[in-house]
Design a protein around this ligand. Structure first.
Ligand SMILES: N=c1c2ncn([C@@H]3O[C@H](COP(=O)(O)OP(=O)(O)OP(=O)(O)O)[C@@H](O)[C@H]3O)c2ncn1[C@@H]1O[C@H](COP(=O)(O)O)[C@@H](O)[C@H]1O
Length: 103
């Protein structure tokens, strides 16, 4: 897993034990419906950016989309490695080199 994804996943995990008013991520864990709505919202914003051929906005909105998807994965007890392993499996390789949280 990239260092960025690994570090962000560790921060998201740590936020689980913090109070909802202490941070944005902690507030999303307390409101699962809002967390899921954010994924939809960011997906729509990514589509609009792509339709507008706005490369900077595509990157910005995709980062928002990946971020909120990672919050959802963390909330479900999953990690980015679980998704990377699935992508690797589709490539026909044996799996990502780091152990996933789900087997
Ligand atoms: N990568 C991110 C990140 N990307 C996006 N966002 C937040 O996601 C939200 C995106 O929502 P929108 O684009 O709709 O913007 P908005 O209008 O401000 O949001 P709303 O009012 O609609 O909720 C914003 O509040 C951004 O601040 C993020 N918030 C946090 N992180 C990372 O998560 C870590 C933990 O964050 P905290 O829990 O806030 O400390 C941080 O250290 C960062 O590394």
């Amino acid at each position: 897993m990239s260092d960025i994804l690994k570090e962000l996943a560790a921060i998201l995990e740590a936020r689980k034990s913090e109070s909802p008013d202490s941070s944005y991520v902690a507030s999303l864990y307390a409101k699962p419906d809002k967390m899921l709505e954010k994924i939809g919202e960011e997906a729509v914003e990514t589509i609009i950016a792509a339709k507008n051929e706005d490369r900077e906005q595509i990157i910005y909105e995709t980062a928002d989309l990946w971020f909120h998807s990672m919050v959802m994965l963390a909330q479900k007890g999953l990690s980015p490695d679980d998704v990377l392993n699935e992508l690797a499996r589709r490539f026909g390789v044996s799996g990502h080199d780091e152990k996933a949280s789900r087997k």
